[in-house]
Design a protein around this ligand. Structure first.
Ligand SMILES: Cc1cc2nc3c(=O)[nH]c(=O)nc-3n(C[C@H](O)[C@H](O)[C@H](O)COP(=O)(O)OP(=O)(O)OC[C@H]3O[C@@H](n4cnc5c(N)ncnc54)[C@H](O)[C@@H]3O)c2cc1C
Length: 458
């Protein structure tokens, strides 16, 4: 990056808030994909005005600017694939307002998701989206990816809770969108357009979030099965019967194996799959759901254990959240996908991945948000083994084809980034794809904001 640009950046954010050394830049070069692209500099802005000045400078000098939250993204969204400046949003981490009367929070994008949730509990409120990364990911990153989590089966995903934004456009204008009310239909819904835009249409500097009352009670159950099909089929049966769990997570045998030593609840030796199920609500409602569950499970060949206390419950959650990192005990790398299929097609998807693994000689494990059909498919590989990498990539393509045949979609929450951009035309209609690219050009004519993401190269 030219000296002149570095000087201008120092003027905007202050010398202390600009990193240019190789060591510092390396710290902002990676994300959850394990890939690394070293930026030319990293700026730590603390106001929308600074973000705006940086973007205006980038338009003048044509350098890429890449917004970054905690760098936990799974598709390369925060990676500076074309060099340029990483915009690290971590200093903008204030909870500006909790309006308990209207159940609204106003936050800066660098707030850690779990920290907001912890802060709200004292007000008897909750912000439901709960990605497994909640202890370290940011609300800005969540909004840019439209993050979801186990509770999405009952409560929905990030887009259902962000009702307004302050955004700095790629050309530097500062704009607000949305409302602070429960309803609002004035003009196009630009808030929704920004949610899930993966840092390509604007930089969020403030978010207005909808909150809910904190449920009075909750109960967690662990269901173990000796048949994978039995587990995946039960998901639809329970929901059709009227149960409204706030979590319905699934793990296959390999996923269980990688976290088994973290679960002290005894699992039968014959366990081939498990479901983690949770109800919340008033005490009476939770008790009613438990009775309904008992009734629905009668006569089935499975075991059902209730977490007896907070420790057992927390342990189950820790095991669930640990699956993704724990998979590296199997192979050093993975191709991790978060496909979604209609719930009734989950058994077919899971059986397909089992036969795909067998045919290609790979370990493929599946787990995730079965309640909403969002299954994490982890194709375990060693990238240094060319043949294994090729087989892994072939498996990914076949998986995507099958998911679309089943009426599904390529990503439920991780987004497209760089890891799925080549596959976008498989799912998106060419007219819609062209419109999306024209929208990007309209927002960002110089293509300086997070270039090289979402859309296929060329
Ligand atoms: C162990 C683990 C478990 C995970 N579990 C889940 C899960 O259950 N559900 C889920 O949805 N995801 C999950 N993820 C993925 C990841 O945590 C989410 O995508 C999260 O939303 C990313 O937040 P971040 O702050 O790390 O963003 P980053 O990774 O830093 O950035 C993600 C994207 O957001 C953009 N961005 C960041 N901040 C801003 C901003 N202020 N304005 C505009 N764009 C911005 C970036 O440019 C990038 O495109 C998991 C990741 C890990 C490592």
């Amino acid at each position: 990056m030219k000296r002149e640009i570095i000087h201008a950046l120092e003027k905007i954010v202050g010398k202390e808030q600009l990193a240019t050394s190789d060591e510092e830049c390396a710290c902002y070069s990676f994300d959850g994909t394990g890939r690394s692209f070293i930026p030319e500099a990293v700026a730590f802005p603390d106001s929308p005005g600074q973000v705006s000045a940086i973007l205006r400078l980038a338009n003048r000098h044509r350098f890429p600017v890449i917004p970054r939250g905690a760098g936990s993204g799974m598709t390369g969204g925060s990676l500076p694939v074309r060099g340029g400046l990483v915009l690290a949003m971590g200093r903008m981490n204030r909870i500006i307002e909790i309006d308990a009367a209207n159940m609204i929070a106003v936050v800066e994008p660098g707030v850690i998701t779990g920290e907001l949730q912890a802060g709200l509990a004292g007000h008897g409120l909750m912000y439901p989206p709960d990605p497994a990364s909640l202890k370290f990911c940011t609300l800005g990153g969540n909004a840019a990816e439209c993050a979801g989590g186990p509770s999405a089966v009952k409560y929905g995903v990030t887009r259902d809770y962000v009702i307004g934004l302050e955004v700095v456009l790629p050309t530097g204008e500062i704009m607000t969108t949305g409302v602070r009310t429960e309803k609002g239909v004035v003009g196009y819904d630009l808030t929704r357009l920004f949610i899930g835009s993966e840092g390509t249409l604007g930089v969020f500097t403030r978010l207005v979030l909808r909150l809910l009352p904190l449920p009075e009670a909750g109960e967690t159950f662990l269901l173990t099965f000796s048949s994978l099909r039995e587990a995946t089929t039960l998901v639809g049966t329970l929901l059709r019967a009227g149960l409204t769990p706030c979590t319905l997570e699934y793990m296959d045998e390999t996923a269980i194996r990688v976290v088994r030593d973290r679960i002290s609840l005894a699992l039968p030796d014959t366990t081939r799959a498990l479901l983690l199920l949770e109800f919340d609500g008033s005490r009476a409602e939770v008790a009613r759901q438990r009775r309904h569950l008992d009734h629905l499970l009668k006569g089935r060949s499975l075991t059902c254990r209730r977490a007896e206390n907070d420790r057992e419950k927390e342990e189950l959650w820790q095991a669930r959240r640990a699956i993704s990192p724990a998979t590296f005990a199997i192979r050093p790398d993975k191709i991790g996908e978060d496909v979604v299929v209609p719930r009734s097609r989950i058994p077919e998807l899971v059986e397909f991945t089992t036969s795909l693994a067998r045919r290609l000689g790979l370990t493929i494990l599946t787990f995730g948000h079965a309640g909403d059909g969002n299954i994490h498919v982890n194709i375990m590989i060693d990238r240094s083994d060319r043949h294994e990498l090729d087989r892994g990539l072939a498996a990914k393509k076949e998986l995507f084809q099958r998911v679309l045949e089943l009426g599904g979609t390529l990503s439920g929450e991780h987004g497209i980034g760089i890891t799925k951009s080549a596959f976008l035309p498989m799912e998106i209609d060419p007219v819609a794809l062209d419109l999306m690219q024209r929208l990007k050009h309209l927002f960002d004519p110089a293509n300086i904001l997070n270039p090289g993401k979402i859309f296929p190269a060329g």
